[in-house]
Structures are given as structure tokens and as C-alpha cells.
Ligand binder design. Structure first.
Ligand SMILES: Nc1ncnc2c1ncn2[C@@H]1O[C@H](COP(=O)(O)OP(=O)(O)OP(=O)(O)O)[C@@H](O)[C@H]1O
Ligand SMILES: [Mg+2]
Length: 151
């Protein structure tokens, strides 16, 4: 369903549900998480055609996308290695927005030395607002951040 807009995805979801309600079992090959979580009762993750590490290959589609998208062992190793590194920036419970109300609701974020973090979201999701809140350009309504700045 890549390339469909939100309305088209909703229509497609309803069509698939209608087919399923008629008694047909459907095997769906899909990477749009809203579709997977919205439709699937069981899921199997493939990474370059292979099931990821033990215990992570199949199960409840409502588990976090991140948890299911990296091969289990490699992901665990990376996370363990990263936990050893010192924290450069830590934000907790950030709430921020504009006159019309909050855009960010309780954002927690931690960045460690050498870590690369991608901030991904739809237009208007609040990416720039988060960067503004972290840098002090957008005033906070709640929460705060601590930085370890190298001089
Ligand atoms: N200066 C502003 N005053 C009022 N509302 C704002 C302002 N800047 C952003 N918003 C609103 O805050 C919400 C989040 O916008 P933001 O610019 O943070 O999204 P974004 O994820 O950076 O989007 P994009 O991908 O388009 O850059 C939107 O609803 C937007 O209309
Ligand atoms: Mg932006």
C-alpha cells in the first residue's frame, strides 16, 4: 500500500477487512506499519528473506515496529554497546507547542556519544517543533532537557 494517501489506505483496509469477514484467510506482504497493525493477527518479519533472531520472528503485530524490524541478536548487541557510551543529551517529558496548544506530548529522548538518531514523521508531525524545543527556540510547557556540551 506504499504510495497510497491516508484516505486511500483507509479504503483499502476496509476492502481487505470485508474480504476477510467473508471467511477468506489473507496472507499480506506489506511494510506500511499502519496496515500491518490494522489488519494482521499474526506477523512474520523477514530481513533480506531471512527470519530475524530467535524469539523475534513472529508474533503480535502490535509490538513496537523497532523491536521487530532489526534482527534480534544484532539489535540487542547494538543496544548493549550503546548503553556503555556516555549520554550527550537527555530529554524527559517534553511538552511544547504554540498558541493553539501542545504539539509534543511527553517526549522522552536520549542521545549517546557516537549515536545516530533519525527523526522520522509525516508533515506536521512535530519534528521541527521537537528540534525547536530541544534548542530552546520553542518554549517548553513541561519537561526539560540536559546537554553535555563538549568545549
Ligand atoms: N510557528 C508556529 N505556530 C503555530 N503552529 C505551528 C508553528 N510551527 C508549527 N506549527 C504547527 O505545529 C505542528 C507541527 O509542525 P512541525 O513544523 O513541527 O512539523 P514537522 O514534522 O516539522 O513537519 P514538516 O515535515 O512539514 O517539516 C503542525 O500542526 C504545525 O501547523
Ligand atoms: Mg519541519
Amino acid at each position: 500500500m506504499a504510495g497510497l494517501n491516508h484516505v486511500e489506505v483507509d479504503e483499502a483496509l476496509e476492502m481487505v477487512r470485508a474480504v476477510h469477514r467473508s471467511g477468506v484467510t489473507i496472507v499480506l506482504i506489506e511494510h506500511v506499519m499502519r496496515v500491518v497493525v490494522g489488519l494482521c493477527q499474526r506477523c512474520v518479519v523477514l530481513n533480506f528473506g531471512q527470519k530475524p533472531g530467535p524469539g523475534r520472528a513472529s508474533g503480535d503485530p502490535s509490538r513496537s515496529a523497532c523491536d521487530r524490524s532489526l534482527p534480534g541478536e544484532k539489535y540487542a548487541q547494538r543496544m548493549a554497546a550503546m548503553a556503555e557510551r556516555s549520554v550527550l543529551m537527555q530529554a524527559q517529558g517534553l511538552r511544547a507547542g504554540f498558541g493553539s496548544g501542545p504539539v509534543l506530548f511527553g517526549v522522552d529522548l536520549e542521545v549517546r556519544e557516537g549515536e545516530l538518531i533519525a527523526l522520522i514523521g509525516a508533515n506536521g508531525a512535530g519534528k521541527s517543533t521537537l528540534l525547536g524545543a530541544l534548542s530552546g527556540l520553542v518554549p517548553l510547557m513541561a519537561g526539560g532537557s540536559r546537554w553535555r556540551v563538549r568545549t
